[in-house]
Design a protein around this ligand. Structure first.
Ligand code: ATP
Ligand SMILES: Cc1cn([C@H]2C[C@H](O)[C@@H](COP(=O)(O)O)O2)c(=O)[nH]c1=O
Length: 217
């Protein structure tokens, strides 16, 4: 059976990940692909419960390492219950955030170190890395303004971090894109939703084609 294609969408707050993943799922399905869209932290019952703990505004005393470990725990369970089975079925998995979020937020912005955070995540995910990561790049002031205007979105503990934290998140992501250019594609997320969608769809279709050619050889 054909192996699936694992695509992760990354970026700071308000980059447009949630909105565009829904459009991508629809666009890919219209082209005959079987797609599973999911998110981190969450996507399954246990991970959604962990999400509640991590993002609860009451938990201001949470230690940085505790935070990193909770994200990794949610990731592990989500991978075992949802992501790996879908990939084994040959589906395209579109995941809103994955390991690069931990590297940018906990490793870089929180200051735990990308190497240390990578190590605990290796324990959680083993060898599974995305085939392609789209980094929706947006300046934090633009992204934060968008989520402020988006009335239904609840403000969470991480949103309340200082602007300097969100600036570091963006910097961390851009460093990762520089380090792993073969996996991470930077998409200008300050462009219109339609143009972010079109560029993302093109990149994903090219990766799906590349993977299926690789599997025929
Ligand atoms: N390219 C864009 N241009 C203008 N507005 C946008 C764009 N992308 C998304 N938005 C709007 O910004 C708001 C946040 O978008 P969305 O929830 O998709 O972002 P997100 O990356 O998932 O955010 P978070 O990670 O913080 O949950 C929504 O109101 C959405 O309509
Ligand atoms: C997976 C992951 C997420 N985060 C942060 C990023 C956001 O602030 C929240 C998730 O909220 P969203 O609305 O779903 O974007 O959690 C993180 O710091 N580390 C991670 O590994």
């Amino acid at each position: 059976m054909r192996q699936g294609v694992f695509i992760t969408i990354e970026g700071p707050e308000g980059a447009g990940k949630t909105s565009i993943i829904q459009k991508l799922k629809q666009g890919l399905e219209e082209r005959g692909q079987v797609v599973m869209a999911t998110r981190e932290p969450g996507g399954i019952a246990i991970a959604e419960q962990i999400r509640e703990v991590i993002l609860n505004k009451e938990n201001i005393s949470m230690d940085g390492r505790t935070e990193a470990l909770l994200y990794a725990a949610a990731r592990r369970q989500h991978l075992v219950e949802k992501v790996s089975p879908a990939l084994k079925e040959g589906h395209i998995v579109l995941c809103d955030r994955f390991i690069d979020s931990s590297l940018a937020y906990q490793g870089y912005a929180r200051g735990l170190g990308m190497e240390a955070v990578y190590e605990i995540n290796r324990f959680a995910i083993g060898e599974l890395m995305p085939h392609l990561t789209l980094l929706f790049d947006v300046r934090p002031e633009v992204g934060l303004e968008r989520i402020k205007a988006h009335k239904e979105r609840e403000v969470n503990r991480l949103d309340l971090e200082a602007l300097s934290f969100h600036e570091k998140v963006r910097e961390g992501y851009l460093q990762l894109a520089d380090k792993f250019p073969e996996r991470i594609a930077v998409v200008n997320a300050e462009a219109s939703i339609q143009s972010v969608y079109q560029e993302s769809l093109k990149l994903i279709l090219a990766k799906v084609e590349e993977q299926s050619l690789g599997q025929q050889c």
